[in-house]
Design a binder for this molecule. Structure first.
Ligand SMILES: O=C[C@H](O)COP(=O)(O)O
Length: 232
């Protein structure tokens, strides 16, 4: 069954989505970019206060693909006690070096999730490298949030191939990127492990505050419990 990842910016929002019921609480600062990070100390405080509930992920931010930048950022974020550390793979830089540099952290139990950007046409060959290095998951997201949803950025064939390759290599598979109500059923049909949301939980604008009614409506749809009125 596909779960729901909800990106939140604060402890208050984390408690709000936990109360409604989501499968991953994702700590992020959308005002700082596609994968904008919250400060490490703030992530640590939120993780400490949550204490129980669904797994928590946090992103290291929109950082360049330089092993000397990414590795310390991952180590710092992992020290907060989050369950998953998300690393955005941005165009350019040394992807191979970053992946190899993070492998020892995976060996020490840090659960790494790579985020590839569907609107940057990533090569699916990297998924094999991620699996070999010990990453536990890979997500497809969008970098440019002004250009529509993941389904506008990627063909159905590409999305199907991403899910198949990721799951086939034993990685958790997530799909996100300005997803809206009409995207949910077609993406559920591909059977990813998670669908991820921010903008749709805020009434459309991802830097706005979370709206509980929107979270409930999306949650119901992901769980297949939508009434025809909600799904309209
Ligand atoms: O990890 C998921 C993202 O936060 C999705 O954000 P978005 O729905 O605004 O593109």
């Amino acid at each position: 069954m596909t779960g729901m990842l909800a990106s939140v910016v604060s402890l208050a929002e984390a408690l709000q989505v936990r109360e409604i019921g989501v499968d991953i609480i994702d700590l992020k600062n959308p005002a700082q970019g596609a994968l904008g990070a919250l400060p490490v100390a703030e992530v640590g405080r939120i993780v400490g206060c949550l204490n129980s509930g669904p797994p928590v992920s946090a992103t290291i931010g929109d950082v360049p693909m330089d092993p000397d930048v990414v590795k310390p950022a991952v180590e710092a974020m992992a020290s907060t006690g989050v369950d998953y550390v998300k690393i955005g793979f941005f165009p350019g830089g040394d992807w191979g070096g970053v992946i190899r540099g993070l492998s020892p952290l995976a060996g020490r139990g840090v659960r790494l999730v790579a985020v590839l950007f569907g609107d940057e046409s990533p090569e699916l060959d990297w998924i094999k490298e991620l699996a070999t290095a010990g990453f536990v998951g890979a997500m497809l997201d969008t970098r440019d949030k002004s250009k529509g949803s993941l389904r506008q950025a990627c063909s159905d064939d590409f999305l199907r191939a991403f899910v198949s390759e990721t799951r086939g290599r034993g990685l958790l598979c997530g799909l996100a990127g300005s997803l809206r109500v009409p995207d949910i059923a077609p993406l559920l049909a591909l059977k990813p492990d998670y669908l991820g949301f921010r903008g749709a939980l805020c009434g459309g604008e991802r830097t706005d505050a979370l709206d509980s009614e929107s979270v409930r409506a999306i949650s119901n749809l992901v769980r297949g419990e939508a009434s025809s009125r909600t799904a309209a």
